[in-house]
Design a binder for this molecule. Structure first.
Ligand code: ZN
Length: 206
């Protein structure tokens, strides 16, 4: 039942980016390298502005702190460079919004027509530079587990966050064998190691 899509929503200053681009020399389109691309077919990423610092919203149950930390560490360790950094808990009380902070939220309310989403990462970019990413976990429609032992009918939070952090870095979905960026994450499944495909993709931008 939990073969649900995990999606990214690319929003933000796309139109503003277009406006700026129109005034400048038009850049060449790029191969996607499994990255999200802007309307000019340029990959969007943080480029040299890493590590990206993520904060954990108070809505996230404390038992998941280590799972989130390990998901960040997996990307860093496997890629061999610190792309992500945990800033700890944030005292922000607001709902997800564009606020120049990268935050992981735990939401008990979710759009009923999107109840299949396990989580959602929103990335904001200008031109081809990402400047903010927020991750929402769908705690209304899914249950999660922490630690090493899969729980039937529940989603592995570490695997899910690993995938969403991939989106936060600019990666799109891929059907590549072993990729953690495959759209769906089955329940009671551990998918905690970025694959060679994922690392090769990242090396296009980082
Ligand atoms: Zn996804």
């Amino acid at each position: 039942m939990n073969n649900s899509a995990v999606r990214y929503v690319a929003a933000g200053l796309l139109l503003l980016g277009l406006f700026f681009q129109a005034c400048a020399q038009k850049p060449e389109p790029q191969e996607n390298c499994n990255f999200v691309q802007n309307s000019l077919k340029r990959r969007v990423s943080w480029e040299n502005d890493v590590p990206v610092i993520f904060y954990i919203h108070r809505s996230v149950p404390g038992e998941y702190f280590n799972d989130i930390e390990q998901a960040l560490d997996k990307w860093n360790a496997r890629f061999g460079r610190n792309l992500l950094k945990l800033g700890g808990w944030t005292n922000a009380t607001d709902l997800p919004q564009k606020d120049n902070a990268n935050i992981i939220y735990w939401l008990s309310e979710w759009e009923s027509d999107r109840s299949f989403e396990q989580a959602r990462t929103t990335i904001y970019w200008s031109s081809d530079r990402i400047y903010e990413a927020d991750i929402r976990v769908n705690a209304k429609n899914f249950e999660f587990f922490s630690g090493e032992n899969p729980v039937k009918g529940s989603v592995d939070l570490q695997s899910l966050i690993l995938h969403e952090l991939g989106h936060a870095l600019g990666l799109a979905h891929t059907q590549g064998q072993g990729s953690v960026m495959v759209t769906t994450l089955a329940s009671a499944t551990l998918r905690r190691e970025p694959s060679e495909i994922d690392l090769t993709s990242l090396s296009c931008e980082y």
